[in-house]
Design a protein around this ligand. Sequence first.
Ligand SMILES: Cc1ncc(COP(=O)(O)O)c(C=O)c1O
Length: 365
Amino acid sequence: MATSISFARGAPCPEALSGDLIAACTRDALAADAVRILSYGTGHGYPPLREALAAEHGATADQVLVTNGSLQGFVFLLETLLSPGDLVAVESPTYDRALLQLRLHDMEVLPIPVDDDGMVVEALAEACAAGRVPKLVYTIPNFQNPSGATLSAERRRALVEVCDRYDILILEDDPYGKLRFEGDAIPGIWETAGPGRVIFTSSFSKTVAPGLRVGYLVSPPDIAATLAAAASRTYISPALLSEAAVSQLISAGGLQANIDTVTGLMRERRDAMMRGMRHLPEGSRCVPPLGGFFCWVTLPEGVSADALFDDAAAAGIAYVKGSDCVLEGGERTLRLAYSGVSPAEIEEGMERLGAVFRDAAVASR
Ligand SMILES: Cc1ncc(COP(=O)(O)O)c(C=O)c1O
């Protein structure tokens, strides 16, 4: 069988992972601060990294919790700030693991549709007006996982207005925002809202390396203390060596160059993926993402990404079913991650995937 090509994993390609860079950062970090790095720390994470992140986000270090990946921070938040049965608004579609965690924690999920400009905030406002007021709104504003859409500046302001009116907490999850291919960055929700309204979370998994497992949350001080207590109960302190390597990368001024390299690699892959769309059946739809890792495809009527998942696997192609990213429906949609594969693999993979989908389109006529 032909080699398999995975469009399923939202991970950077091997070329984006610099072993030499991380080795140098780790060595320099240890040379400067070995005893602290190799000891137990507190649940909050490595202090110099917390300081650097606080400075970036206009916060104080006690507002920053560095976790073993940002998904861990999301779970701490569900465990400590919410209770089973609480209503949580999410974009529909949203990040499949976040949806899974919400389900595992018995949250009630309020799906808010996404269009080309991100979450349709008007739909959230209508739900609130009808008495369905969530405790938390979870949004991925930039190059969303899985839709690739970016929340417009106007909608960010509207979201803050709705959440102010109904006193709703916002979780802004932004691991992709720095990987922008075109256009200007849009001010974040954390910057747009008043104090106390937003928890910001991000990660170095996409901009540096997922194996480091370094993510973080910036929150109002009382929430940060609650989250840090959960971290301390769970793992005493996070992996300080990874955090120290990231901290060193930032203090030595190397992070932006790495982001530029990764952005260039991802742009090439996005372009290859968009070229590859010509293999999909007529009537397929995909809006080119302006950054990040993902393309979201809607197949024509009669062609089900769910039903064809196994056929695609037999052709050596993996993707994420859109139906895993929504509460119900989504059978004609799929997420294609171009991040982890080469442009040549993207062309080959899209050709094979296109053949599977085109055969089904013909059969459905
Ligand atoms: C939107 C979003 N949030 C969080 C994560 C988890 O990242 P981490 O590796 O920091 O746990 C991902 C990874 O795919 C993601 O896409």
